[in-house]
Design a binder for this molecule. Structure first.
Ligand SMILES: NC(=O)c1ccc[n+]([C@@H]2O[C@H](COP(=O)([O-])OP(=O)(O)OC[C@H]3O[C@@H](n4cnc5c(N)ncnc54)[C@H](O)[C@@H]3O)[C@@H](O)[C@H]2O)c1
Length: 279
């Protein structure tokens, strides 16, 4: 596994590209426009600056020297390993996978980075579903070394083992789970986050108090609302929509307050404001 392609240069695409560049991989980072890619470059530079300053990263690589940005999806044809991180929307992902099928090489492995979408469903668009698995990276990628590796219906043990070896080479570890929407982490987390938003909407407590209960009573590092801001409220909404649709179970229906905040442009940290304000 030498050449990596990362599709989607948002929050996760930036983090994933940085993590692999930091360990010397050549990364091709793909998104829809040069504007998005320019913004991603600035953010990756900032991630690297903070990683060196706060976390004493000793990497001798300069991240942006390892990363080539492009809007040309056909560039994935030379990649050994592809990590897809586009918007958490089934239609967007499915349309993209039909395009990926035109360019992906028969030997390449592809990891779907998703919060909830079925790996088996996306793999069905590709010629070699045995080479497809999910990697549910956590955010921020370079500070969260444990990830979920999701085994789709056709994923082979060889694919899982190669993926684990690749992750180990960037000091990460995969916990292997089977493919059901939301896997373990988001099937459980999204219910908590959504119920916290319902509680805020019902006026049970303010945002700070809700999070304080989780931090001080349960020992969580972050409360559910701060976590939602970190993930992105638009991504939370999309994920809940995917879970409702996948399980046909209204327990995942998104809180109206969440929808209202997303419509108002309050997407959390990435927009500067969500349940809390950020500089
Ligand atoms: N944000 C998190 O904390 C988090 C954590 C784990 C997994 N995820 C998953 O990772 C994926 C990406 O999430 P994110 O938070 O980075 O989203 P984001 O909205 O920050 O970024 C998505 C990017 O995908 C790009 N994109 C959309 N369609 C594309 C296409 N056809 N080709 C190329 N690029 C395209 C968009 O322009 C955007 O830059 C989602 O599936 C999400 O569920 C997110």
């Amino acid at each position: 596994m030498k050449k990596l392609a990362v599709i989607g240069a948002g929050v996760m695409g930036q983090g994933v590209s940085y993590q692999f560049a930091k360990f010397g991989y050549q990364v091709t980072l793909i998104d829809l426009s040069d504007e998005v890619l320019e913004d991603a470059k600035k953010k990756i530079k900032n991630i690297e600056r903070l990683d060196k300053l706060l976390h004493k990263s000793k990497s001798t690589y300069v991240a942006l020297d390892q990363i080539t940005c492009t809007t040309d999806l056909s560039s994935i044809s030379s990649a050994d390993f592809i990590i897809e991180n586009v918007t958490e929307n089934i239609k967007i992902k499915e349309t993209l996978y039909q395009e990926i099928a035109k360019y992906i090489s028969n030997d390449a492995l592809l990891a779907v980075n998703t919060s909830a979408v079925s790996i088996t469903r996306l793999a069905s668009f590709l010629p070699q579903p045995k080479n497809i698995m999910g990697i549910h990276f956590m955010n921020p990628v370079h500070l969260k070394p444990t990830v979920e590796v999701i085994r789709g219906f056709h994923t082979t043990e060889e694919t899982i083992n190669t993926t684990q070896t690749l992750l180990q080479s960037v000091e990460m570890e995969g916990v292997v789970v089977n493919d059901y929407p939301g896997f373990i982490s988001n099937r459980v987390l999204m219910l908590t986050v959504n119920e916290a938003i319902f509680s805020l909407q019902d006026g049970v407590a303010d945002a700070k108090s809700i999070d304080k209960i989780f931090k001080q009573c349960f020992g969580h590092t972050m409360g559910p609302l701060e976590t939602a801001d970190l993930i992105g409220l638009d991504t939370i909404l999309y994920t809940l929509d995917v879970l409702v649709e996948s399980y046909q179970d209204t327990k995942f229906r998104p809180a109206p307050l969440l929808k209202k905040m997303v419509d108002a442009g309050l997407h959390g940290r990435k927009s500067g404001e969500g349940f809390f304000k950020y500089n």
